[in-house]
Design a protein. Structure first.
Length: 266
């Protein structure tokens, strides 16, 4: 089993790195406008097309099982003016348009923690409503980078949605199947998949930290080794790209939970 992935707002490919680490996902397309990030994507995925403008992306021509995207956070972040939908960088509507055109089985979205607070939660509720109007069951998670052993917190909201109309997953459009319940908000305390994700994203202790991939992080400067070189022409772009990226091990655990749900419902 291999699931095809359409990666929106791709950055340097954190979503694809995390999903492909499971051995069960294959990226078939990116959408990213930043030129430096495009160079990184071309280097690591040389044969995968990169769509530059999401507003011009025609999802009807793309067949993907999974659609992912960390839609821009500037209109929600506490570091900005928090204009929400009034910000020209608000692009959830474009991501949702592509979702409706592609009709993937799974959706994974990511954004800043303040998404739950902006406009008194109305924007997040609107995202729920949008996805549910297309037959998706939705569950959100607040998962931090520190849960995967990082030395910084970096809490993010993760949105995971499963298409209840997909015959492969459920065999019908009913919202009462055991598989569907795994991702509903109402069943979150009983959710097996929620437990699968959550149990593997607990904060690592000091011993575990020393055994994981965060060992490459500089203990002196607090950022990955290699970025401190002032003379490097892409130093600023590298730091910006990392700042906008995600923590791949988190998406790996979400991917494993999706694979488990798929295998149980084939």
């Amino acid at each position: 089993m291999e699931l095809n992935v359409l990666d929106l707002f791709s950055g340097i490919g954190g979503f694809s790195v995390g999903l492909e680490a499971t051995g069960k996902f294959k990226t078939i397309g990116f959408c990213e406008q930043d030129k430096f990030c495009q160079k990184v994507l071309h280097k690591h995925w040389p044969n995968i097309p990169i769509h530059e403008d999401i507003k011009k992306l025609d999802g009807t021509k793309i067949k993907a099982d999974v659609l992912v995207g960390g839609f821009p956070c500037q209109s929600f972040s506490i570091a900005g003016k928090q204009k929400g939908k009034d910000d020209e960088r608000y692009l959830w509507d474009e991501m949702f348009r592509v979702i409706k055109e592609v009709k993937p089985r799974w959706i994974i979205g990511e954004n800043v923690q303040n998404l739950t607070n902006i406009s008194n939660g109305e924007i997040l509720q609107g995202i729920y409503n949008d996805l549910e109007s297309q037959g998706y069951e939705v569950q959100t998670f607040n998962i931090s980078a520190s849960s995967q052993g990082a030395w910084h917190k970096r809490s993010r909201i993760w949105i995971v949605a499963a298409n209840t109309k997909c015959k492969l997953l459920h065999g019908c459009s009913s919202t009462t199947t055991n598989s569907t319940k795994k991702f509903t908000r109402l069943e979150c305390n009983k959710s097996e998949v929620r437990g699968e994700i959550w149990s593997k994203t607990k904060r690592c202790n000091e011993q575990n930290r020393k055994q994981n991939w965060w060992e490459i992080e500089s203990k002196l400067f607090g950022v990955p080794d290699g970025l401190q070189t002032k003379s490097h022409p892409d130093r600023a772009n590298r730091i910006k790209a990392l700042g906008n990226s995600i923590v791949p091990p988190i998406i790996t655990e979400i991917g494993k939970a999706i694979v488990k749900a798929e295998e149980e419902n084939v």
